[in-house]
Design a binder for this molecule. Structure first.
Ligand SMILES: Nc1ncnc2c1ncn2[C@@H]1O[C@H](COP(=O)(O)OP(=O)(O)OP(=O)(O)O)[C@@H](O)[C@H]1O
Length: 459
């Protein structure tokens, strides 16, 4: 449907404007009534997820609340609420809302729960680069991204442990590498441990060292191998509870057992990552509080790509350079990318570009086709559909709503861009009435100021 032949190509310069200082303000979401009354979260993060899923930032026990019910995003205009296809809906002043800009003090109803959203007066000033920015191999241009880079730059200089939070594919491992490269440990080793794979038996041998079998005598534990450098504990929330005290002991004593059993000092900075809400895991007894505080001396949250769409052009350019493809990005393609939600974040964008480059070579250029085909499991082995990847762990109605919402967003983004936001053309193309079209276009977040010829509407 969309012609991907290049009309113009886009180039983005990194670091081309002087730095500016911006204020990052705290904001609070508090449960005003319902089963979790009194529970609250205060944050400087750009995004806060609310639901009954334990990975949410505000976890509700209210059974009428969906697992992924809504998300709140701080933007320059205020707090933007997005219902994530919840089963029982989200209400503001008695009206069901899909997406709405909240005012300070607004009360939002979801199930039996009422939330109040407040902007706090406390603010921190952060110096960020102007324009586009980079930190190690991470690139970005959105203000949120530049704030994250400024935080990481500051933390890299200090020798403290760091916890990186964020959804899959948001760049946590790249961020850890970049912090290492910008720290005084940069000439030392950078080692990665995937905590998903650590079992009790493996932990003694591979993680902490000591107690090695004869055939392993020459092998070092990973703490010892990271001596003078950085150890990245990927998905630390998956570390079995039984091993957590051992890790805590090493972090506190800065020693691991040597071959002789005598303690050996280790000088290692630990950076951990998680896609979970570890604070909630601590509350639920799934993660030790003392270990959490040791790891999260500094904490940085990498925002999902859907909340920093301005990053997409510069990211796409940079990823294409990495793929070494001659593939050209047209404004239409970028517009389509910017209208998509990227549940797999930057990794998914990279996969789409790799697939796009391949499809271009084979003469097939339908973006919709390959956006739909794009969803594969992170290990890249077992092909699956976008639908299955997103929703298999949700109840049926929630899953269905979510899939329909995703389809609508993609469909209307493409139709409106193809028709150059001409409502009459879009009406003919979709076969919908002007009223329905208008409602669906608006619901799916397309900019009203771009719409043309929207006559005959009963607004
Ligand atoms: N800001 C960025 N700039 C450039 N590339 C990025 C950026 N963020 C992520 N990427 C790309 O996305 C891929 C995934 O990043 P990374 O492995 O660091 O994510 P992650 O958050 O650690 O994911 P997971 O939690 O699934 O392990 C990287 O290989 C890189 O290509």
């Amino acid at each position: 449907m969309i012609d991907d032949r290049a009309e113009s190509t886009l180039t983005v310069q990194v670091g081309d404007s002087p730095p500016t200082r911006i204020q990052v303000r705290d904001w609070t979401v508090e449960v005003n009534s319902g089963p979790d009354k009194g529970k609250k979260v205060t944050t400087q993060d750009a995004l806060l997820r609310v639901g009954s899923d334990p990975a949410s930032d505000l976890v509700l026990s209210d059974q009428t609340v969906s697992r992924r019910h809504l998300e709140l995003e701080r933007s320059s205009q205020g707090i933007l609420l997005r219902d994530l296809g919840s089963r029982n809906g989200t209400f503001l002043d008695g009206h069901r809302v899909i997406q709405v800009l909240l005012q300070h003090g607004d009360k939002v109803q979801l199930g039996k729960t009422k939330l109040v959203i407040k902007q706090e007066s406390r603010a921190t000033e952060v110096e960020v680069s102007g324009g586009a920015d980079a930190f190690g191999s991470l690139v970005g241009t959105a203000e949120k991204t530049r704030v994250v880079f400024a935080q990481l730059r500051g933390i890299a200089r200090e020798d403290m442990n760091l916890l990186l939070e964020g959804e899959t594919g948001t760049g946590k491992e790249l961020a850890a590498r970049a912090v290492h490269q910008h720290s005084m440990r940069r000439h030392g080793p950078f080692k990665v441990v995937d905590c998903n794979l650590i079992t009790e038996e493996k932990a003694e041998r591979e993680l902490f060292g000591g107690l090695r079998a004869d055939e392993d005598k020459g092998a070092k534990g990973v703490f010892e191998a990271s001596q003078g450098g950085t150890l990245f504990l990927d998905e630390v929330g998956e570390l079995p509870l039984s091993l957590q005290p051992k890790l805590l002991r090493v972090l506190e004593s800065r020693e691991v057992p040597s071959l002789t059993g005598a303690p050996m000092p280790v000088d290692v900075r630990v950076i951990a990552s998680t896609h979970r809400n570890l604070e909630e895991d601590v509350r639920q007894g799934r993660f030790r509080a003392d270990l959490y505080f040791r790891l999260a001396v500094a904490r940085v949250r990498l925002p999902p790509l859907r909340t920093r769409r301005e990053d997409i052009p510069v990211l796409a350019q940079s990823l294409l350079r990495g793929i070494k493809s001659s593939f050209e990005l047209t404004p239409q393609t970028l517009a389509l990318f910017e209208g998509y939600d990227w549940p797999g974040n930057v990794r998914e964008l990279r996969n789409v570009l790799e697939r796009g480059a391949l499809m271009q070579e084979t003469g097939n250029s339908s973006w919709l086709d390959f956006m739909a085909q794009n969803q594969r499991r992170p290990d890249g082995e077992q092909p699956t559909t976008s639908v299955a990847a997103l929703v298999t762990n949700m109840p049926y109605h929630e899953a269905k709503d979510r899939v329909v919402a995703d389809f609508e967003r993609l469909y209307f983004a493409e139709v409106m861009r193809e028709s150059n936001f001409d409502m009459k053309k879009a009406e003919q193309h979709t076969g919908l009435s002007m009223q329905s079209l208008y409602r669906l276009v608006k619901k799916n977040g397309l900019r009203l100021k771009d719409l043309k010829n929207a006559e005959g509407l009963d607004k």
